[in-house]
Ligand binder design. Sequence first.
Ligand code: ATP
Ligand code: MG
Length: 635
Amino acid sequence: MIDKISTLGGYIHEYQKSVTKPEEFWSRIAESFFWKKKWDKILDWNFSEPKINWFTNGKMNITENIFERHLFIRGNQPAIIWEPNEPNDENRVLTYNELFTEVKKFSNVLLQHGIKKGDRIAFYMPMIPELAIAMLACARIGAIHSIVFAGFSANSLADRIIDAEAKMVITSDGGYRGSKIIPIKEIVDEAVSTCPTVEKVIVVQRTNSEIAFDDKIDLWWHECMAGAEEYHEAETMDAEDTLFILYTSGSTDKPKGIVHTCGGYMVYTAYTFKNVFQYSDGDIYFCSADIGWITGHSYIVYGPLLNGATTMMFEGIPTYPDAGRYWDIVSKYNVSQFYTAPTAIRSLMSKGQEYVENKDLSSLKVLGTVGEPINEEAWHWYHDHIGKNRCPIVDTWWQTETGGIAISPIAGIIPTKPSFATLPLPGIQPIIVDAEGKELSEKSVEGNLCIKYPWPGMLRTIWGDHERFKKTYFSTYENLYFTGDGVKRDEDGYYRILGRVDDVINVSGHRMGTAEVENAINEHPLVNESAVVGFPHDIKGQGIYAFVVCGELSTGGVEGIKTSIQKGVTKIIGPIAKPDRIQLVRSLPKTRSGKIMRRILRKIAEGDYSNFGDISTLLDTSVVDEIIKGALENV
Ligand code: ATP
Ligand code: MG
């Protein structure tokens, strides 16, 4: 079992070891896993090709480390607790034994249908247990899963299937999301009609919706499973064989197929899960992400299950039947650790206190956030109203590319500060550089966030495009992994993520992170959410354009609100950050993972209403039309 860091001194000690002797450090952690054959060499790397190999020639299977390693003591313990969309429908609890049986059976189904090690399988699934079962079955036989969030359009799905040349798609007849039924199979049919590599589509019955069923391609999950053999021996995988491909959410550019491999990803997600959340036996852990995102991969499925934890899977949405749903789940299951995104926190916060009051949240021990910078107001609300001032918040900074959490408090051990991701986890060596790549080594400094040494969970390449991998992450600064994010380090050595470097605004020579200005705007009592971008300004070089969502208008009306926002920002940051233009909007353009797509807002602020690039990951395009209309009225 992985040792848990349990004191601040312990963290400092572990961190030092991980930096001075990284190979020894990771080898000790890796030894607590089950390897069919031990590695010959811990690490073989350079950031110029780039080449990153961890645990060279080590042989293993990640599912043996989930099942065979735990069954002896945990066979009857719940592995997955699934909460359905409808609060009164029956839930499902799968023990480690039960989950294992399903995974082995589905492994045999895949083999029967001609899937071999190395083949790609695309997923387009709602949050139902079969998603986790099928994903683990892929890992067990060595097939590569490429899970696509089931909110993407048929076109986006087809792009991803084609890029990965997937042979099979796993889907369902439909999906419940709040009061809606999503015609998932219809979207898959449309996508697959343009994807010649797809031979079979396996369909889970969930909504019993009427669907088109083509006997030549489509297969029912339950029919396949009915006759499936229960015995299955895990495929032997090399530590560096691909475990999965996951396309990034696309806040910035065309989606990239991020490749993660078996050994390093296993060690890293298991280690970070256990430490960051301080998971203990008997805890019920609930991450509200969708498995279609990296957060779901690493911290609903792999990280928790590798630790023998009990992990929740929630089918529905946070506002159905009402905005208290997460808190109902917490009290129903006595959830100990709860992990969500700032966008969800801000949205639930704006719905009012009545959904939180009277909920029993006493089981909570740790709260987490991920995905975007969390503004201070939301942090405090989460801390006070959900954590009741007693649960540490882990503001976890990481990326699809990092595989697991990279900069974050360790719950209850590293003292927190609102809006700070605090300190690097052991094994992560952050470095802050200026635009030229020169290291800014002073403690208190601001610049571009890079990482200078490999860690086991990092991506290995972009699927089918190693050149793009090199260009995107290793060409901006020599011998450094560039994260694309801006960061500020304070006198305590704490890191605060300022947003993407591409979004940094330069006003009269002063560089400002979007998160900083938004944080100040969001302090305004009537503001729910905001997004700021730069626009060309004759005198200042760049001016600040703020798009603001308000719950209601005060007596001063629109102009009154704008003036008081400007005053507030001037007071909190200074006159330099005062927005030049403010536009009130009904909502902000967001990606399907809930992140603000600032590059669209930047175009609008510049007065360019057409060249938005790839917007396939946008949740709701009508929001953009509305904002353009408002912008035209605003000039
Ligand atoms: P794409 O790379 O396609 O544009 P994306 O970057 O949104 O999409 P993810 O890998 O899901 O895709 O998100 C990682 C990014 O999310 C980070 O680079 C950072 O900008 C932001 N982020 C994640 N966690 C935090 C956090 N705790 N604080 C601040 N920002 C965060
Ligand atoms: Mg990114």
